[in-house]
Design a protein around this ligand. Structure first.
Ligand code: DNO
Length: 394
């Protein structure tokens, strides 16, 4: 498996020499400064690639080449947007970068209600609290129908939380929920979010699937011609949110996607933390089922509560059997090696991490600390090494 590390370029306070000390060999990055829908210029890609190489790394995966919201909404003449996406793919391929992660979540990327939740023993993690989300939707956003998405118990607790919350608490909740929003660094306020949600009023699950299928039909043949791999990132959390449909949440969704354009270039980012937040998802089983289409893995863990809340656990803790999952990925690599694939190694990154120790003294991108991810990587490296080891003393 290729140990990789997400690095945000100039936006990242963590430097490549620091990343080098983690022992990772691959970098996962993106040209975050380019607005969604515009072409990634071949020279800009080459410049970033050279910088990554100077640090001693390969740029192994693009995360993400984002999909413009108009494509998700199936809105207007999309010819230019599809052409631009294909051109960016060609420019990446011309630079030897062949694996592209993207998501198809309408409007929101990952969503949490608390970005600095305390961890037992010290440090902080990202948390999704059903009660806070309900308080936000029902009492701050005033979304019609939101109550239907929560149990009476959660709604009662949400009302109680909202009543005692100060304006600063409410602002912090809005900021946490908005933190995962794509669209470079735009953040919505409440009226802005209401407007944005309205633009999805007429788009249900079937419509969103149709728009997604069209996207795949437009880009997967190009990926195949260029020898590239696309890998969709699952919804996080894997369920409808704020009334928006989500279509990359479980095994049935993934089966639909893989079948929508049935080609190896149409693949999956196996994100154990995203999929693992739904109690119905057996993550190692999903990985095993779709193993031949996994082009990239995000390895992290979640601990769930019965009311739908969850928090990011340490990489080997939480509800997902991480050792079993790594075994599935190693078995798939062996299979690829046996059929003679030179590119049998699956890139993975320690996805997220607790902010611990000196992470807490630095302004780091929440969820992407240095020491917390180093801990995750070291634990995963140990699992991989142990599972791959053939002892001559056995
Ligand atoms: C969160 C990430 C996601 C992911 C995108 C991929 O930390 O895993 O934001 O990068 O969804 O497009």
């Amino acid at each position: 498996m290729i140990e990789s590390w997400r690095w945000y370029g100039d936006l990242d306070a963590i430097t490549l020499p620091e990343v080098a000390q983690t022992g990772a060999s691959g970098i996962v990055t993106a040209l975050h400064e380019i607005p969604y829908g515009q072409v990634w210029d071949v020279d800009a890609i080459a410049t970033r690639k050279a910088r990554v190489a100077q640090g001693g790394f390969d740029w192994v995966v693009v995360e993400s080449l984002p999909i413009h919201e108009s494509i998700k909404r199936g809105e207007g003449d999309l010819t230019t947007l599809f052409a631009n996406y294909r051109q960016s793919m060609a420019n990446l391929a011309a630079n030897g970068i062949k694996t592209i992660c993207y998501n198809f979540m309408p409007l929101l990327d990952w969503t949490r209600t608390d970005l600095t939740a305390p961890v037992t023993g010290g440090g902080t993690c990202l948390r999704f609290e059903a009660t806070r989300m309900a308080a936000f939707e029902v009492h701050m956003l005033g979304r019609r129908d939101a109550e239907a998405d929560y149990s009476p118990d959660v709604l009662n607790k949400a009302a109680a939380w909202f009543q005692q919350a100060t304006q600063a608490d409410r602002d912090a909740l809005l900021a946490s929920i908005m933190a995962g929003l794509p669209g470079a660094f735009d953040r919505y306020d409440i009226p802005g979010l209401r407007n944005a949600l309205q633009s999805y009023d007429c788009i249900d699950r079937e419509a969103l699937r149709a728009h997604y299928k069209r996207f795949l039909e437009e880009v997967v043949p190009t990926a195949t011609d260029l020898g590239m791999r696309l890998c969709v990132h699952p919804d996080d959390p894997p369920r409808d949110i704020l009334g928006l449909p989500r279509i990359v949440s479980d095994a049935d969704d993934i089966a639909w996607i893989m079948g929508a354009v049935d080609a190896p270039a149409n693949g999956l980012t196996l994100c154990s933390g995203s999929l693992g937040a739904n109690p119905a998802n057996d993550v190692p089983a999903i990985a095993k089922h779709f193993a031949d289409r996994i082009h990239f893995a995000h390895l992290r863990n979640v601990a769930k509560d019965p009311d739908g809340s969850f928090e990011e656990a340490a990489h080997l803790d939480g509800d997902t059997d991480m050792v079993a999952l790594v075994q599935v990925l190693l078995d798939e690599e062996s299979r690829r090696r046996d059929v003679g694939r030179a590119d049998h190694a699956i890139p993975f990154r320690p996805d997220h991490g607790h902010h611990i120790l000196s992470d807490l003294d630095r302004a780091l991108i929440l969820g992407y600390p240095l020491i917390g991810r180093l801990r995750g990587l070291a634990e995963l490296r140990g699992v991989i090494r142990a599972l791959s080891h053939e002892s001559k003393y056995a």
